[in-house]
Write a protein that binds this ligand. Sequence first.
Ligand code: SF4
Ligand code: SF4
Length: 321
Amino acid sequence: MVEFKGGLRMDKQKRSVGIISGKGGVGKTSLTASLTNLTKDDLEINSIVLDCDVDAPNLALILPVESNEQVETIDTYTTLKATFIEDKCVHCKQCIDEKFCEFHALKWDEENQIPEVDYLACEGCGACKVLCPEHAFTINTVKSGEMIHYLSDIGVPLIYGKTRLGSTTSGKLVSDVKEFASKIDNFDNYNLILIDGPPGIGCPVIATVSGLDFIIAITEPTPSGLHDLIRAIEVVQQFKIPFGIVINKYDLKSPFQDQFKKFIDDTGYNILGRIPYDLAIPKAMSFAKTVVEHAPDSKASLAIKEIYNNLKNLLWNDTTQ
Ligand code: SF4
Ligand code: SF4
């Protein structure tokens, strides 16, 4: 019997790995892209990569579509919004005077003597529909985002979600992206699914990590980096998912280093690897390339290759057996 986890089908050899950070801007996407790039020359690995940072997906910038390949786009409709039906309105202004809308999404149009729905502010709660005596509001699903699927220029399929401005269902879109991935052609042949997760600890992160086999939590030795790492680890521990930490810019000269090191030593958390501060990374980014491709012998690339090998050992020989 086939087992599904969080929208991803599992079998004995398949592993799903999420890369999260708690804090944005610590190198999550560039690490995901580099790890993906390393899979392409690894005969043991057949990978796909997902970008579940659906509010700001940018993995596609580093892993663009292979020329002549088709890009598949699927619209998603999960967000609820109010629609005003002018014909039914008797202009009583009750919806405004009695503050039907807790989200301040109803404004009064003085000229036409009708309410206006502010699309971005509307949460689709349905209160206006229930309270208007003339039934002048309906609640409808509207386009909330897109899922995009293509073969990237390194030969690895990429699937990502993109929320529409004003959408309130980022977490649902993450689940949809994972579900969609589990149904692509030849999914059974892929043994590694890498997922670039969203920053933070909210609904999209929870939707990303649920059902995964392993989490990489990337951070940097700064006060905000540590603060947000702790929060991200709390989420992962709720799900009892094994995790490893990657310390980016581990050699950053900072008065906070001692405190950071003490935290890591005291917790005994598994350190998957340390990436040094290396200008090769921003240089590679300026060419929209992964550092392992653009500067394969750089200090950062060598560190990421070590992380990749450590990850493989953990995935197939250790914690997830
Ligand atoms: S929408 Fe309903 S409550 Fe608001 S003015 Fe029209 S009839 Fe009155
Ligand atoms: S559905 Fe809810 S949030 Fe939207 S306008 Fe109506 S009351 Fe406001």
